[in-house]
Design a protein around this ligand. Structure first.
Ligand code: FES
Ligand SMILES: [Fe+2]
Length: 438
């Protein structure tokens, strides 16, 4: 009788053999761990499966990717006046974004400088108290520039007359409120998107975005407003959500309805320099009985190509951005664990697209269509997560025709994990056919 040994390859980790799992977490920041994904796309294997399942990878990725990148966290219109605010979570840190009295965006860690109390609730929409942020614990108070304005009963000036002996402050030495302002976080915006960067000395957002502002110039994205929002709790790693968004290989099998309105042959690579992956569909697909993207009036400022295209961009590290001539759809993916992601979906439009009769029905239909498509995506992505947690799986080959964007994205993640600061290049062309005409 012949015994057939399983294909383990543990000791013959040659260039073609994928490493056995689990990989030693000490190697997650080592370039050689990723050599199979560093190959040219037509030879490359996918990112190591532990990147989607290991708590140690998740912890390192939080620091190396999410504290060193501009992360899209919400919409500019959520912070539309001095004192308005949003509370967001980046790399497990609670942060709030507001505007100071001059209307300038400001970002702060949501933590009091006294004994660290979380200052604002997650659903706060206003910093409260006439532009003052007050700590609920001992009432330390800050302004919207983060300056510490009040530390009750600490310095003596506000001690009620006659009670000086009770509140003796003579031992509070070397204290200056100026040293206890809120801890700042860099904030910038592009179009309708708000970004934060936890790095103490970040490169400008423009460097990360590359040529995207130029590509989207005619869309006047800063004028678009959120119309609908939904939240999805996803049992999968955020990168699987992104990688699914970047390829349309799965269209016929996962989205039969979408496949009726969006043909393989209408897809192009739409990729310039920048920390993003981009593709487009031209012409933009028309509705069928199963749904579609018509229903609102297209923006009038668009040139011929923009007016007939759908733009699909994954903004590194965690945001999907779809812009069509009459609406936009954004997915903010917030990683909360190696196998869990909270997704906030926002449907936006330019006010011009809401003019005229039928706009309410159009929005309703778009909201339903996107919800259908997104649920189909999440269902399959969760199945990928189940599969990828099986240690027998060591990685797979990329289907190079369709999965070049995944290769680009995974290499951006690897760069960050091993400490390389690099913005990938792209094409000069604004449209590159994935499948040459026969
Ligand atoms: S912890 Fe905020 S005032 Fe004491
Ligand atoms: Fe999909």
């Amino acid at each position: 009788m012949t015994t057939v040994a399983p294909d383990t390859d543990t000791d013959t980790d040659t260039d073609t053999a994928l490493p056995a799992r689990p990989i030693d977490p000490a190697r997650f920041t080592d370039e050689s761990t990723y050599r199979h994904t560093r190959r040219p796309v037509e030879l490359a294997s996918t990112l190591i499966p532990d990147a989607y399942s290991a708590p140690e990878f998740f912890a390192l990725e939080r620091e190396r990717v999410f504290t060193t990148s501009w992360v899209a966290v919400g919409c500019v219109s959520d912070v539309d006046r001095p004192g308005a605010c949003v509370v967001v979570d980046v790399a497990g840190r609670s942060i709030f974004i507001t505007r100071n009295r001059h209307g300038v965006l400001r970002g702060f860690h949501n933590v009091c400088r006294h004994r660290a109390t979380k200052l604002l609730d997650n659903d706060a929409r206003d910093v409260c108290h006439r532009g003052r942020i007050r700590c609920p614990y001992h009432n330390w108070t800050y302004d919207t520039d983060g300056a510490c304005l009040g530390t009750p009963l600490f310095e003596g000036s506000d001690i009620p007359a006659g009670q000086e002996s009770i509140f003796d402050t003579s031992v509070a030495k070397g204290f200056d409120r100026a040293d206890y302002g809120l801890l700042t976080v860099a904030v910038e915006s592009w179009g309708f998107l708000l970004f934060v960067n936890l790095s103490p000395d970040p490169t400008p957002l423009a460097t990360q975005l590359g040529d995207l502002p130029r590509r989207f110039a005619d869309y006047r994205l800063d004028e678009w407003l959120p119309q609908r929002r939904r939240t999805y709790d996803v049992a999968a790693n955020y990168k699987l959500v992104g990688e699914n968004f970047m390829e349309y290989y799965h269209l016929p099998w996962v989205h039969p309805e979408l496949n009726e309105v969006s043909k393989f042959s209408d897809h192009y690579r739409w990729q310039g320099t920048g920390m993003y992956t981009g593709m487009c569909t031209t012409p933009v697909s028309r509705n069928t009985d199963a749904g579609g993207w018509d229903g609102l009036r297209p923006l009038s400022s668009l040139g011929e190509q923009d007016a007939d295209s759908g733009r699909f961009v994954w903004l590194f590290p965690s945001t999907a951005l779809v812009v069509l001539p009459n609406h936009a759809f954004v997915l903010f993916s917030r990683p909360v664990g190696p196998n869990r992601t909270v997704e906030t979906a926002v449907l936006l439009s330019h006010p011009e697209s809401l003019e005229g009769p039928g706009a309410a029905d159009g929005l309703e239909q778009l909201d339903k269509f996107w919800d259908l498509v997104n649920r189909q995506d999440l269902k399959i992505v969760e199945r990928v997560q189940e599969g990828i947690e099986n240690p027998a799986y060591r990685g797979g080959r990329m289907c190079f025709r369709f999965e070049e964007p995944l290769h680009r994205f995974q290499n951006m993640v690897i760069d960050k994990m091993v400490g390389i600061d690099r913005v990938p290049e792209g094409d000069e062309d604004t449209m590159t056919r994935m499948f040459p005409d026969p």
